[in-house]
Design a binder for this molecule. Sequence first.
Ligand code: KIV
Ligand code: ZN
Length: 515
Amino acid sequence: MATKRKIYIFDTTLRDGEQSPGASLTPDEKLKIARQLEKLNIDVIEAGFPASSLGEMKAVTMIAEHVRKPVICGLSRMIPRDIDACRQALEKAAKKRLHVFLATSQIHREFKLKKDKKEILAMAVQNIKSAVKDFKQIEFSPEDASRTERDFLVQTVRAAIDAGATSINIPDTVGYAIPEEFGDLIRFVIKKNPELGKSIVLSVHCHNDLGLATSNSLAAILAGANQVECTINGIGERAGNASLEELVMTIHTRKDFMNCHTDIKMSEITKASRLVSHLTGMVVQPNKAIVGRNAFWHASGIHQDGVLKKRQTYEIMDPKQIGLSGNQLMLGKLSGKHAFAIRVRKLGFQLAAQEMDQAFTRFKALADKKKYIFDEDLEAILQDEIAKIPETWKLVFMKVVSATGAKPYAEIRLSYEGNIKEAASTGDGPVDACYKAIEKIVHSQAKLIHYGLQSVTGGKDALGEVLVKLEIGGKEVTGRGTSTDIIEASVRAYLFAINKISANPQRATSQPSPV
Ligand code: KIV
Ligand code: ZN
């Protein structure tokens, strides 16, 4: 049974999350994530910062048009041009919110904005008033609130409410606060403005510079905040934002203490986490709470014994709650297409007939190489099929020689529009040799700016997943490849990125960080 107080979940994966160094998403990728956020039953999706680029405008407009259940929010500085951009981008939204922010702390006033308190107040009031006729929901964030003088903070909050703000968000912009202190700040703001957390939404937005974003958000909820801003996998500016999955699962698991609830559909969490990781190219650390690969693994014999006797001895959450089957997949090389399709649907994927055929072919190839196939292996294959782009450059053959004392050497054969092209190269390592050989064929002049490798599941026959980020012509593009052979996974990731560019030269994005 749901407890009394509802905590609204405001997801900013597509705005603050996308400000993560290295994570940039195309409008189509943003829409894909927004659809998954809708499945999660998110209350508010901050879709982006429309004034910051044409790509952002397009992404927010598309999300506003196609994602109808949650409130769609656009970010804006306290300037008419930004507010107009939100007006335009959110025009078709079923439910919309304008999020205006303005720094209030002394250091930001003096050095960044070069404005005094009176000017800050006037700017906030004037711009909020100008937006009231077009937006029923206006959220105001006094940026760097946790380092703002308390009397000025409450004065600004009061002025924003009087001007028409319907939500007040208290950001710990630089992740400086300590939970007890932040909870106390929230209690103080409510004492001075008692409608907060009641007729006016009281939100918090915590950054993770000291690793305290989730703790600070929870302290704020206990103090009376009724909205938390967060991101999938905790991605975001610098060390990131409060992580959605940590907040939601803590509120649920400790409802006895928290005495509140969210409306999030927890069984969609794993899928959301993997989709965001896949599309941003940001690998989730294995020991990340809730969604890390190891989060539900028990290595110690004593723990395994305990879990077998009674799961709750060492598990405070059931992995099924967050959409993990927890089961070893019984599909193997003798499995037929029917059983495969049932399993795919059970994992929540809906593939067109052709995608299903391709996924099945890849599953069979994997089953030949790998003894156990887990749901995670299958999901890696299925994600590849969903993100399918034309294989302009296709790997036909590769040979890699890497021996002690000798320079690694690679031969690569690719097909391009039915023609076979091949090249060989040495390199600093086997992956480098492969990438140099590929470059001799494709001539993309790509610069490798990020390379990440993780195993999708455990064991020596695990599926390796490689994520790369390439810079081509001043723009960035991500690529992902999976295989039981990590060198092959590396080659597939590189070609994936090259093929993305070939499919759509506009696809790579280079977005300046807006805030
Ligand atoms: O961290 C921050 O202060 C922000 C605001 C725009 C809310 O992201
Ligand atoms: Zn932020």
